[in-house]
Design a protein around this ligand. Sequence first.
Ligand SMILES: *Cc1c(COP(=O)(O)O)cnc(C)c1O
Length: 362
Amino acid sequence: MERIYNFSAGPAVLPQEVLAQAQDEMLNWQGCGMSVMEMSHRGKEFMGILDTAEHDLRELLAIPAHYKVLFLQGGATLQFAQIPMNLLGGRSADYLVTGSWSEKAYKEAKRIGEARCAGSTEADHYARWFKAGEVALDPNAAYLHVCTNETIHGVEVFDDCASLGASVPLVADMSSHILSRPMDISRYGLIYAGAQKNIGPAGLVIVIVREDLLGRASPRTPSLLDYAVQAEHGSMLNTPPTYAIYMAGLVFKWLRRQGGLAAMEKTNIEKAKALYNAIDASGGFFRNPVEASARSRMNVPFTLADAKLDDTFLAEAKSRGLLQLKGHKSVGGMRASIYNAMPLEGVKALAAFMQEFEKKHG
Ligand SMILES: *Cc1c(COP(=O)(O)O)cnc(C)c1O
């Protein structure tokens, strides 16, 4: 069977090697006579899978010892509420609104407590990051929330938010670019990422939280949503999403075999270059609106000058095995998500197809 090149924003492509290994181990995991799906989450086999996954994630991201790693459920969207429940402590939090996802996070926080928009790029159609000195932060805020890669608008931050000069804990939604390159974890108070973009199957969200931020949850927080309680129970207050954790663990091993995140970054830069070059060299036939310094290496939205060609583009792309390129309904056009598991050959095939399409229809 032929596998296609899958440019979906999420759930997204997984490394073929990982899928094949999961298939091999489906009926009988490492000689134990059962599938990972059928194991007790408290048995030694699954405890080993969880410990290894956490260990490999810590190695990959160089997570300092004073951070907890939690394997939770509810997606990144539940974190939009869980973060203020745990961290507000009766204060206000600052939010930077740089696209659809940070806007959603900001709106949800206002349902829980006090949140302030400390800066927005909406007037510029979310096509850029902030200029120096543009953002006025509240020095007494409980935290500052940012989305470091806006999956829909294709805007990414590359300096671990250093230019913001935040003095309060930085909380980052990294759902769509975690593990795409090395990050300085110590700059953040809390990082979260839904798994179905760059980690594994849907149903799992990973939270990396500095220990001093634990134990501040408001008294009415359900225990399942209290980071301190989850940390105390090793993410096992109830049954965790065991199969998704197993798959994430296989992806972490795969990343280590690729040479870790420095190696991934090299390839991801090459992939992004190939695609943006194809867009920029088209003389306006294809267009990406994002300021060059903020262009995402993971999610590349682009439009055709003539939107009447959109359906033809998608149909011809599909006939070449290039799928899930339709842009998010809120922005239209196309979007190519080129996560870690998308090989360079897939991006090259897309770029070559775009050139041909332009010759034919331009
Ligand atoms: C996909 C995505 C989300 C939402 O993730 P769910 O797991 O569906 O809740 C939030 N933030 C970002 C940046 C995303 O890409």
